[in-house]
Design a protein around this ligand. Sequence first.
Ligand code: PBG
Ligand code: ZN
Length: 324
Amino acid sequence: MAERLRDNRKTEEIRAKVRETELQVANFIYPLFIEEGDNIKKEIVSMPGIYRYSLDRINEELDEVVALGIKSIILFGIPLNKDADGSESWNDEGIIQKAIRHIKSNYPSLLVIADVCFCEYTDHGHCGVLCDHDVDNDLTLVNLRKQVLAQAKAGVDMVAPSGMMDFAVKEIRDELDKNGFEKILIMGYSVKYCSSYYGPFRDAADSAPSFGDRRTYQMDPANRNEAIKEAQADVDEGADILMVKPALSYLDIIRDLKNNFDLPIAAYNVSGEYSMVKAAGNNGWIDEQKVMMETLLSIKRAGADIIITYFAKEAAKILNKNEQ
Ligand code: PBG
Ligand code: ZN
């Protein structure tokens, strides 16, 4: 006999008892843009509420993050000097290495994750070493080892290779273990699509490719079976966490990974997804806070255990208030 399904929706008490998904502040990872220089706090025009900070002002942001109970951050660096190989990314005095040391000594409770890629560091804006106008996979792997080792020596807790190079996780795991950094985790950007939703991030991180696009390394948005292969490769190579990116147009992929793999699944609620909600909110076209919470909930319901999101602070404020 068919149930009266509305019975379980009658009051908030009942709804709370039968609720299947709940967001927690502990699910969030908050991205931070750190620019080389002094006295910088510059709002990113296409991402209202998100700033680039120089290291001397980053505590303003970190104090707030810690006070809100956010425990994990992922770092993106904007160096002063770029070159063809992105060599600043493995300089021990480079911006991210300095940032890691600063944060780990001043905020020891924070889990510090470093994005591992070259597009912010190369003068051409591609995610690795160029050869015949394309990124050469294996030459890039050599430099990936250097970048990760520099971050490891600085004290990073987790590294997250985002360049979609084949065998990146394997090479990184090997380099870390060989140097006594067995405890550093790897979160693979396992399934990263070639997405137009990254537009605002490229303003934020100054990382747009100067020619062409990233279609020879990032995945075709049309492909679903390939996502399983990419994730399986990261599992085989030793990843600790698998990621799907972007999140919203790829909720099916998040669910596929959740159903097929035992590792924790992360989803990156990317810059364009953030900007669209902000733009509509600022115009008064949607209830921004409610759409934000519904969006984050949908990502978790799809199967993400971890959500990387520019909304982390705002969502934490709401969740903390609900707890009281
Ligand atoms: C760098 C990188 C990108 C993002 C995270 N790491 C951009 C890109 O691949 O062009 C996108 C994040 C976002 O849009 O919020 N490889
Ligand atoms: Zn990149």
